[in-house]
Design a protein around this ligand. Structure first.
Ligand code: 13P
Length: 256
């Protein structure tokens, strides 16, 4: 049995006042949350403020990115140590908006970041997924296999248990075009089988795989009922407390 894990990725939204308001609303409504793991990913500028608000609550802090180096002359970058310092427990790695951003983030860099995050005690959420073109060309599994094998290179079976995988089909992000529960489950099952080949199936049974891409309160319930979908990574619908809380509540039915 894997407890659901739900993340709210605020992306490049929320000023200080807006972030404080949202964090307070979440804490006030989720104070007795026990069955699900919930994290939020505010922008770097408000991590510290949000950290203070959520520190005694079940809601945990996640950063949207980090650098792979311990420290150094990397202008504009943030290290794992800095994230821990501000109270982060999780870190998103390899979000598609970074894989396709400028500069582009490749699996090899994500792998370096993953190793650094694990060595510092952060819990990484490794994001991956295919584009619409890749799906249309029937290359979904090939793309996922490459992303998994390259980004998880040299991660052992102890450390893989600390990793959450977020399957986020690029064509579903911010488009309103959610994958159907069956489409998502097919890929989640493929990911779990792939992990079983890299590790053993007993270990892999414990690894959580989140789905992300146009999650709304209405579609979360059907997604979470799938055997290999263990939660959601929510973008737009996490910017509003009411809809994010409804999504978290929808995930609880998988525990019934
Ligand atoms: P949306 O929920 O807005 O589609 O974003 C998903 C996402 O990218 C979460 O990381």
């Amino acid at each position: 049995m894997r407890n659901p894990i739900i993340g709210g990725n605020w992306k490049m939204y929320k000023t200080i006042d807006e972030g404080i308001k949202l964090a307070k609303e979440l804490v006030n409504n989720l104070c007795d949350l026990t069955e699900c793991d919930v994290f939020i990913c505010p922008p770097f500028t408000i991590l510290e403020k949000v950290s203070e608000i959520i520190k005694n609550s079940p809601v945990k802090l996640c950063a949207q990115n980090m650098h792979w180096a311990e420290e150094g002359a990397y202008t504009g970058e943030i290290s794992a140590k800095m994230l821990l310092d501000v109270g982060c427990k999780y870190v998103l790695l390899g979000h598609s908006e970074r894989r396709r951003g400028e500069p582009q983030e490749f699996d090899e860099i994500i792998n370096k970041k993953l190793k650094m995050a694990l060595s510092k005690g952060l819990l990484p959420v490794v994001c991956l997924g295919e584009t619409r073109k890749e799906r249309k060309e029937g290359r979904t599994e090939e793309v996922i296999k490459k992303q998994i094998t390259h980004s998880l290179r040299e991660i052992d079976k102890i450390d893989i248990l600390k990793v959450t995988i977020a399957y986020e089909p690029v064509w579903a992000i911010g488009t309103g075009d959610t994958a159907t529960p069956e489409q998502a489950e097919d890929v989640h099952m493929y990911i779990r089988n792939l992990l079983s080949q890299l590790y053993n199936s007993e270990v892999v049974e414990k690894v959580r795989i989140q789905y992300g891409g146009s999650i709304k309160p209405d579609n979360m319930k059907d997604l979470i009922m799938q055997d290999n979908i263990d939660g959601g990574l929510v973008g737009g619908a996490s910017l509003n407390a009411e809809s994010f809380i409804k999504i978290i509540n929808a995930c609880k039915i998988s525990l019934a």
